[in-house]
Design a protein around this ligand. Structure first.
Ligand SMILES: *Cc1c(COP(=O)(O)O)cnc(C)c1O
Length: 366
């Protein structure tokens, strides 16, 4: 069986470094917001090319803390509308509704899977205050267009960069540095994955970063002095230590994913399959997502032939029971994508023989 993702094999490559890190962590006696978190925040913000990085407990918390910080600074308030793509992981939209804001779902472009520019323009109302773009599957959204729209309409631009660590715009700026503020997840399956929950926020906005830094730690300014009603959303010290080890290898890992993607793009020739589009530097291939009219049959056929695949995502947000209040929306592009997309295995532990098998099995699909 070719697994979709073998996390054990991926992390085994770092086990010696992880183990010696754990020993020194244990012996340090400093287990909360210590040298590892501070070190990771510095290294990750440098990597992204921004001034400030704040480690937090997950990707969802990163997104929620961004909205909470804007509310604390009285830049956003309850009920403000936030434009967001309908074809994303549910956490993107939960962050908006969980913080009392109103998600306004819009369609993606069916070629890039990313938020559609005309759909944004149609969705803007006097109550629109922000756009939450997603670099879906690892490919940057249309950075120039989103920056232009948000400048023209005076909207906050936020990146959900949970799938795009290291993706690079044509002007050299990386994911995390192509908006006002960005949220990252280091969930174990992400391109940069911890061994548990972890996340981060990157920004060049000092006031925002200071507010988030306080909010993630009970709103405190110093021990037992609290300026805001905050949260416990700290990045775990041990996860930060692991992430520092893996960050050094991120560019390598992304390049390996790009190579596998290139192999699929060149060798999958079946006319039943629509291949993804994307410029190589702008895309870190968190997922390699093909489309097929007979998607369910294809998935079953691949499974019978020992190839595990996944569907990202089988339901658009307005079709989720959790968002029943949005169920009357009509978003045909998002709905069609959820019926036709299929993610192929793409990670550094796949062997060449497995890649060959995957393409030959797919090319024989009738
Ligand atoms: C993984 C992910 C999140 C949530 O991250 P967690 O760390 O699991 O909370 C948010 N948005 C997107 C697009 C994701 O892929």
């Amino acid at each position: 069986m070719i697994k979709f993702l073998d996390l054990k094999a991926l992390n085994a490559r770092y086990q010696d470094e992880f183990k010696s890190k754990f020993e020194s962590f244990l012996n340090s006696g400093s287990y909360m917001l210590g040298a590892e978190v501070v070190g990771f925040e510095k290294e990750f913000s440098n990597y992204c090319g921004v001034k400030y990085g704040i480690g937090v407990s997950s990707g969802l918390d990163a997104l929620q803390l961004i909205f909470e910080a804007y509310k604390t600074l009285r830049i956003l308030q309850k009920g403000d509308e936030v434009i967001v793509p309908a074809n994303t992981y549910i956490a993107t939209v939960l962050a908006i509704s969980n913080t009392g804001l109103t998600p306004v779902l819009v369609e993606p472009n069916s070629q890039t899977f990313n938020i559609d520019i005309n759909a944004i323009l149609k969705a803007i109302t006097p109550r629109t205050k922000a756009i939450l773009g997603v670099h879906l599957y690892g490919q940057l959204y249309d950075v120039d267009a989103l920056e232009a729209i948000s400048n023209e309409h005076n909207l906050i631009l936020i990146e959900d960069a949970a799938q795009a660590h290291g993706a690079e715009h044509t002007d050299g700026r990386k994911a995390g540095n192509v908006s006002d503020v960005a949220a990252f997840s280091f969930y174990p399956t992400k391109n940069l994955g911890a061994l548990g929950d972890a996340g981060a926020i990157t920004t060049n906005n000092l006031e925002l970063s200071q507010t988030i830094q306080k909010l993630r730690n009970y709103g405190r300014t110093s021990a037992y002095k609290n300026e805001f009603k905050g949260f416990n959303s700290r990045l775990d010290e041990l996860q930060a230590a692991f992430l520092r080890i893996k960050l050094k290898d991120l560019d390598n890992e992304n390049d390996k994913k790009r190579e596998i993607a290139q192999f699929y793009l060149e060798n999958i020739t079946s006319n039943q399959i629509v291949l993804p589009v994307g410029h190589s530097k702008q895309h870190v291939f968190h997922q390699f997502v093909i489309r097929c009219e007979k998607r369910n049959e294809l998935q079953e056929y691949l499974s019978k032939n020992g190839i595990e695949t996944m569907i990202h995502y089988p339901l658009a947000i307005h079709k989720q029971k959790a968002y029943i209040e949005l169920s009357s929306m009509s978003l045909p592009i998002s709905e069609r994508l959820s019926d036709t997309v299929l993610s192929l295995p793409i990670n550094a532990s796949i062997k060449e023989t497995e890649m060959l098998k995957i393409v030959s099995v797919i090319n024989q699909f009738k």
